[in-house]
Design a protein around this ligand. Structure first.
Ligand code: HMG
Length: 458
């Protein structure tokens, strides 16, 4: 695995984050800055207080008006290939960050995740039409393969010098969607090692530069020349193994929890309706890290779901099985990530998020992403296969409901607990509580923490 250059994170300190979620926002900010050694500027960039500026936003997109914010939290306790990570995650959905931290802590306790990622091989596609006989066109392309590879390398001098660049040229003939009486599709694949770049701009430029040469050789017309987001030469895999005993919870033995997870896994393998939701859970974790680290999460999503359907039926990106008293889990998906270029260099929050992760190279970053996806999946299936998702989810959702209802910060936890205890996690009910309390403590006065009835108490 690639060495770290300016890692902020000292793995020996991972336990310092235990109970992190019980701190106030300010206490968490102070703790993170101290533990990670963040400067005031870096801390401000990470928390968004000094994040993306209007000027940079105006340069990034068209018709800009300003910036949009989302919550950023830390996935904790993640151990991958023996290294500890604190994972910046951007997401609006409650419980995802808690779930990743929970599962990561469970797996870290039995050695952590093992993960690996392929080389950064991206595919550029050229669609050739009106080429005459398909098999003669294929023959001509194969005969000119070395010429085309040399031409392509000439368009990628810097990447080639750094050890990346052209790896392969492949030719595919696909049946015409209109039927056999129509011209089959002739597709040329340019396989490029993009090293630390996600590679979209680089591969698209190469495909456009190569189009005239493919037309010359085939006698056809090149229409589309664009990368493929089904980056199935750039897969990442994560695995974990949990002795079933460590899964004991909710008053259930570990083997029952493990069986619930395996039943959830087989359901996803059998049913695309379930597999879609199973994978949404995986991507809850992966997308959150992707946004925090400035990745093209739409490309990641497109590749993941296309890969999930590679066998002809849409299936789960991860699978779980029980063997010898151990629960085994594995996740595999395309992950085209970049550590250079694009918004990575202009968004101050992204730069600090990558430093918090230890400034990993792209392949190591893909290993972290895959482990986060498997951790999220584990937490979700553990809950779904036993007590249901709502118990944990609603407890955390209640906090955002309390905030939405107008509760003051110091009253949020108590009001959330009341809502969960009563079983009615709704803004209207929260507002009723606040109004009642307001009546109890005198009209117009904000409720105090003491005036809110403790859960189940008097
Ligand atoms: P718990 O048993 O209360 O947790 O679970 P705990 O008190 O044992 O704490 C263990 C660790 O969990 C803590 O250790 C924290 O790291 C973390 P510590 O750091 O203190 O040493 N943790 C939290 N982190 C942040 N905020 C919190 C928090 N609580 C614990 N409030 C938990 C609580 C929510 C983790 C558990 O009930 C759970 O995992 N529930 C499942 C929730 C879930 O999976 N949500 C995902 C979003 S829904 C989704 O994925 C879509 C779905 O459709 C996918 C699918 O269908 O497959 C479900």
């Amino acid at each position: 695995m690639a060495a770290h250059d300016d890692s902020l994170w000292d793995p020996s300190k991972s336990s310092v984050f235990s109970g992190f979620y019980k701190l106030t926002l300010e206490e968490r900010r102070r703790r993170v800055a101290a533990v990670l050694g963040l400067s005031a500027e870096e801390a401000g960039a990470l928390t968004g207080e000094q994040g993306l500026t209007d000027e940079v936003a105006n340069a990034m997109v068209e018709n800009a008006l300003g910036r949009f914010s989302l919550p950023l939290g830390l996935g904790l306790h993640l151990k991958v290939n023996g290294r500890d990570y604190v994972v910046p995650m951007v997401i609006e959905e409650p419980s995802v960050i808690a779930a990743v931290s929970f599962a990561a802590k469970l797996v870290a306790g039995v050695g952590g995740f093992q993960a690996e990622a392929d080389e950064a091989l991206m595919i550029g596609q050229l669609q050739v039409a009106r080429y005459g006989d398909p098999w003669q066109a294929v023959e001509r392309l194969h005969a000119a393969k070395e010429e085309l590879l040399t031409l392509a390398r000439g368009f990628l001098p810097h990447l080639t010098q750094r050890g990346g660049g052209m790896r392969e040229l492949e030719v595919r003939v696909l049946p015409a969607p209109e039927g056999p009486e129509h011209e089959p599709l002739l597709v040329v694949h340019l396989v490029v090692d993009t090293l630390e770049a996600m590679g979209a701009n680089l591969v698209n430029t190469l495909a456009e530069n190569m189009a005239p040469h493919v037309e010359r050789i085939t006698g056809g017309r090149v229409y589309l020349r664009i990368l493929s987001n089904l980056a199935d030469r750039r897969l990442a895999r994560a695995r974990c193994a949990l002795p079933e005993a460590v899964l004991e919870d909710f008053g259930l033995p570990g083997e029952d929890i493990a069986e619930g997870i395996v039943q959830a896994s087989r359901f996803a393998q059998a049913d695309p309706y379930r597999a879609a939701t199973h994978n949404k859970g995986v991507m809850n974790g992966i997308d959150a890290v992707a946004i925090a680290t400035g990745q093209d999460w739409r490309a990641i999503e497109a590749g993941a779901h296309a890969y999930a359907a590679r066998a002809g039926q849409y299936g789960p990106l991860s699978r779980w099985k029980r063997d010898g008293g151990v629960l085994w889990g594995e996740l595999e998906l395309p992950l085209a990530l970049g550590t250079v270029g694009g918004p990575l260099k202009v968004h101050p929050g992204v730069q600090v998020a990558l430093r918090v992760l230890g400034s990993p190279k792209a392949r190591e970053l893909a290993c972290v992403f895959a482990a986060v996806g498997l951790a999220q999946n584990l937490a979700a299936l553990r809950a779904l296969g036993s007590v249901g998702i709502q118990k944990g989810h609603m407890a955390l959702h209640a906090r955002s409901v309390a905030v939405s209802a107008g509760a003051r910060p110091e009253a949020v936890e108590a009001l959330a607990a009341l809502l969960v205890t009563e079983g009615e996690v709704r803004v209207e009910r929260a507002q009723e509580f606040l109004t009642e309390e307001r009546v109890a403590v005198g009209a117009g006065e904000a409720p105090t923490l003491a005036s809110l009835k403790p859960p189940g108490g008097e």
